[in-house]
Ligand binder design. Sequence first.
Ligand code: LLP
Length: 422
Amino acid sequence: VPGFHYTDGALHAEGVALSAIAASVGTPTYVYTTEGLAAAWRAYADAFAGQDVTICYALKANSNLAIIRTLAQLGAGGDVVSVGEMRRALAASIPANKIVFSGVGKTRDELVAALQAGIHQINVESLPELEMLSSVAVDLGVTAAIAIRINPDVDAETHGKIATGRKEDKFGIDFAHAGEAYARAMALPGINPVGIAVHIGSQLLKTTPFRKAFGKLAGLVRELKAQGVPLSRIDLGGGLGVPYKPEDQAPDYPAYAKAIAETVGDLGCHVTLEPGRSLVAAAGLLLTRTIFVKEGLHRRFLIVDAAMNDLVRPAMYEAWHTVIPVAQPAADAIWADADIVGPICETGDTFARLRPMPPVAPGDLLAFLTAGAYGAAMSSTYNSRPLVAEVLVSGTAFQVVRRRPSFEDSLALETVPDWLEP
Ligand code: LLP
C-alpha cells in the first residue's frame, strides 16, 4: 500500500512511526497518508488522461475537511448528499461549479441551499423531487441544471446492502419511466434537464456490471436525444472497489476507462464520475491498542480499544479488514487464530473471527488496513465512547485533523429539562 510500510521493524505512515502517533494522540485513531490519497487520485488521472472527465469525489466516504481539501487540491470536484456535505465541500474550497448533489431524499431547504450556492448539478431521483425543485427554482428566480438518475436494473454483484441499481432498490427513476420524467422536466419552469445519471452500487471489483449499465444508459441517451432532450452531461456514479482481502483482485482502471469510452464515449456528453471509496480507502488505517488478550476455551480473543462505533463495516456488512501489528512480527513468529473484538456490549462488535495472528500482548498496537473509506465517516458515540480522532500525515509531519472530543464536549450537546432539576 502506498504510504504505509514497515521500516526498522515498525509500521510507518510515510515518514512517521505509528507508535509516535499513538503516543501523542492516543487510540483509537484513524491515520491517513497524503501519499495514499495522491496515488489513488493518480490512478484515475492516468486512466482517464485521454478523456474529458470530471471526478467529483463522493464526500460520504470520508468527509474530513483535510481529506476533502487534499483531494480538492489534486483537482477533485465533489459529490454531496446533504447540505452538510455541500458546506464541507465549499469549506474545503471545491468550486461550486464542480459540485453535484445526489440523494433520494433532499429536503426543500437543501434544494434552496443548493440553488443559492449555484452548484453545477442536482441529480434528481423522483418526480416529486422534480416538482419541488421546480417550485424552489421559480421562487428563487433561477434555473436548476439537473440530471435525472436512472435505475438501470443491473445487478452490481456486490454486497446486498450496497447494491443500488436493481429495480427493487430505492434509487433513481425506473428505466421505463425515463421518457416520461424527461418530458415532465422539459415542461416544468426553472428546470434545465442537461444530464442523466446512474450509480449501480459500491465495491465493484469487476467492470462487467459497469459496462452493462453504461451500455443500457447509452441506448437511453440516444432515444432521449432523438426526442429532443438536450442532454450534454452524463454522470456515471461511483463504485469502483478496492481490494480488502489479500486474494481480492485490484480493479483494472484502464479497463474501467475503456468501458466508459466504449459505451458512452461517442454520445457527445461530458462525463462525470463520483468515486468515493477508491479515492480514500487504502490511504487510511485505524490504529488501535490491545487492552487484553483473553485465552478462552475455544478462542483466543484480542480485545482492542477500537470498537464497532469507530469502524462499523465488519458488523454491518461482514466486511473484511486486514489487521497487522504495528511492531513487525519476527520471521519465526508462530501465528495462531484469534478473534479480534472491541469493548462494546454486542457480539457484533467483532472485527475478525479466527484470523491468523502473530503473538500479541496487552498494550500492543494493531492497525486495521484499508479503513480510509466509510470508517470515520460512519463512526458514532455508541456506548458513550468519544468520536474517534483522525490524523493526516505528509512526509515526516502529522497533524490531528479531527480531535477526540472531551467528555465535556459531548455532554455540552445535551440538556436535562428544568422539571428534572433538583
Ligand atoms: N455516488 C452515489 C450516488 C452513491 O450512492 C455512492 C455511494 C457513491 C457515489 C460513492 O460510491 P463508492 O465509489 O464509494 O463506491 N458504507 C458502505 C458503502 C456505501 C456506498 C453508498 N453510496 C461501505 O462501507 O461499504
